[in-house]
Design a protein around this ligand. Sequence first.
Ligand code: ZN
Length: 679
Amino acid sequence: MPAADTNRAINLLPTFSAIRPTEIVDQLTELLNQNRRDIKALLELDGEITWDKFFSPFEDIGDRLSRFWSPIGHLHGVADNEDLRDAYRDAVVMLSEYSTELAQSDRLSSAFRSMRDSAGFEALTPAQQKVIENALRDFRLGGIDLDEAKRERFRAVSTELAQLTTRFSENVLDATEAWEKNVTDKAELSGLPESTLGLIRQNAAKLNREGYTLTLDYPCYGPVMSYCDNRDLRREMYKAYVTRASDQGPSAGRFDNTENINQILALRNELANLVGYPNYAEYSIATKMATSTRSVAEFLEDLVERSTDAAHRDFDQLTNFATDELNLRSVEPWDVAYCGEKLRQHAFAFSAEELRPYFPVARVVEGLFNTVNRLFGITVSALPGVDLWHADVQVYEVRDDGGMLRGIFYLDLYAREHKRGGAWMDECVVRRSVGGSIQSPVAYLTCNFTPPVDGEESLLTHDEVLTLFHEFGHGLHHLLTLVDHAPVSGINGVPWDGIELPSQFLENWVWEREALDTISGHYQTGEAIPDELFRRMCEAKNFQSGLQMVRQLEFALFDFLIHAEYSPEQSVQEILDNVRRRVAVVNTPPYNRFQHAFSHIFAGGYAAGYYSYKWAEVLSADAFSRFEEEGVFNSETGKSFRESILERGGSEDLLVLFTRFRGRGPTIEPLLRQAGLST
Ligand SMILES: [Zn+2]
């Protein structure tokens, strides 16, 4: 029998099996109308507007909608189908209209303003004050100060943006699934690891075919680019991958995002202009840690300067190696990962595949739980009997050292059809206080790892283990929060350029021997990673880190510039080409349309914010450096991180929280050192 608090939390979990796509729009219509009526009634109450009388019931109303919508949005990402897609498209528009309507409600914004101006404001907790201040800021960003004509335009632009970004990600998914290639001659696949061969043989078997079916899903595409000796195949798949959803490549024009991109950029710029910002980058910065677009640009340029020489050295080394050892006259984009892998093996006698047998998935997951137990004193245990969207999914509960339930999460590990690629954490239920009792937070952790093949347990790469830790870091931020108010609880209210702090922070432990001993063990013998393999793996850690750094900077600068320097005449491709000329060291073929599948910025929350990864990496590397000083498993340091950062959500300024943890403001040196780029 689960404990009482667990039962209460389970009662708030969605019933995925009961979601009927054809009923979603009607249900949502009814719910939104009910919310409108309830908010109206709240605003008509007599007497002074106070937190308890106004904000608490207002939060209830918002939470009801979040809990209805979260599982639907989630299913759209992990178990897509035609009916759901139709419903989702309509629903996104309705939600966008609803939220702009609230953002532009004068009565609502004056309710918040009167709370801020009241004598009672000072008596509120810092978290409550933050909720009110953030809300007032968001009213301004949502167009509250505009006249009616402009407000109307703002609403229309928001709605259109919601539609376009949905279409963008659907195109990417469709284009990814539209390409496949069957190969019957195994010789054409030489070099591919057994794990990948097993996966693509299984792909073929599912389609009743002989041989192997290649797809653009990352568990197939990644290994082909890194290991397959067949250069023609690499080139073919590279072209298919980097032209997805564009006017180029094998499905040219079929799922083309060109117009979506142009319209999204134009509308974002217009949105920013409407509320008084010269461009969308300025608008984006308004809610972030960075204080100006200039400071972001300078930050990125500084990193470019610090890493360009290293990147050129890396590429020269790669080119020389390819010429001398692999008989290649030039290193093309479809050779970079392949030659890199060969060079890594040559220089460090180390191949990423060598580690795979040591990372059977169950062991890794157990080891992860063990690691966070030692660091943060929390215990993770399986929670059976919960309704799911797929049989592969597992559910766990998290308790702290005092035995208190801190949250629940779903773990969906494997790539499969109709599931969006990549890895992410999303919120299912947010922690908040409801009438004196706590609503426990619930998270979705989603990955796209190589699925089990032929009934054998899945073996992960070290990279995949790293991804799991990364997402779990986000998960802890959501689950360990002790904030009682939804808008600043967990990852809510955390500035986007700080959101990657806990996730990148937790990645560090997959490089620590002590942690590795608990997250790894040979799948046949249980044997630990041998010392000399560990040594080679660490030596290879910063292999080509210069190249990796400039690649990330290329994405970040591109994202920032297309938003900061928007003009209707601009060509997105030209801006990208310019950034590449300045930053990239590997030549890109003219058909490359990487940006057409750059969902982070055109369909996710990273617009004019992709720099956040690097920005937060400064914080995460610096936070980890305190553990390097005090012991990587020092439970006091772990407790301090938990209490200063993980439990505080968006309830205080992140720079203040960080400084409290570190005892000083952030510095960039730990990042450069950990990436092997310090001079
Ligand atoms: Zn992340």
